[in-house]
Design a protein around this ligand. Sequence first.
Ligand code: NAP
Length: 251
Amino acid sequence: MGQVDGKVAIVTGGTSGIGEAVVRLLVREGARVIVVARGEARGMRLERELGRQRAQFLRGDVTVEATAVAAVAEASRFGGPDILVNSAGVDFVKSVCDTSADELNQVLATNLVGAFVMLRIVGQAMLDRSSGSIVNVTSRTASVGVAGMGAYSASKGGLLALTRTAAIEWASRGVRVNAVAPGVTETPLINEWVEGQPQPGLFREQLGASIPQGRLGQPEETAQAIVFLASDEASHIVGISLAVDGGYTAA
Ligand SMILES: NC(=O)c1ccc[n+]([C@@H]2O[C@H](COP(=O)([O-])OP(=O)(O)OC[C@H]3O[C@@H](n4cnc5c(N)ncnc54)[C@H](OP(=O)(O)O)[C@@H]3O)[C@@H](O)[C@H]2O)c1
């Protein structure tokens, strides 16, 4: 029997990196997943590979409310939603002084407002059924300062604060909300950032050395934490932030 047998999950950003690893693990553990992202090619490829019965792609942008509504409609056709993983996110690296209000708003639109809208609309459907589990993917930057990550950390800090508030508002109504805070994890998002550096090899080495464990995380390692919190095995865990960062925020 799988960890999430028979559950119906919605995973935003499920076509790449951490979200994709979550989709694969949820499917392996017995769930049916609605995979939400904007890019059709990767979504359709994943759907073909895992089978539409298991991983159904839903094209949508989390900054648009209709996406959350459509995801709930799809999930409810199969008796869900039981699980929501908010993994859709964009990276942004610039010093605070160089960041414009427009740039900040763009980052917030996906990482905070998009996640908020998904949480509210999917959460409402869960509250109606008195059952559900939501995991928001935040970041180490929600808890510690990282130079150059002002707008990004503001979005993730906001998402962590939202996680805690929704968690206590809904705790007695059968819906659990938690966060997973990854450290630097080897995904396309990070690889793009590293490749954009003047000396990518050296930069990658330095990144690894900045982590107590001495290496970057793998998306599958983060997915294990997310699926655990999403599952009934975490039935008394409410409003936490689980760091998966090789010790970065413990240092
Ligand atoms: N990798 C890390 O080191 C790291 C560390 C800490 C936190 N995180 C967080 O972990 C999450 C996943 O990151 P990742 O590294 O796996 O990134 P990734 O490989 O770039 O994947 C991002 C996913 O989000 C989707 N997405 C982006 N904007 C979207 C939007 N507006 N609407 C719907 N889908 C959208 C992308 O698909 P489309 O572009 O096709 O829409 C893609 O599926 C993010 O929230 C990120 O901030 C990552």
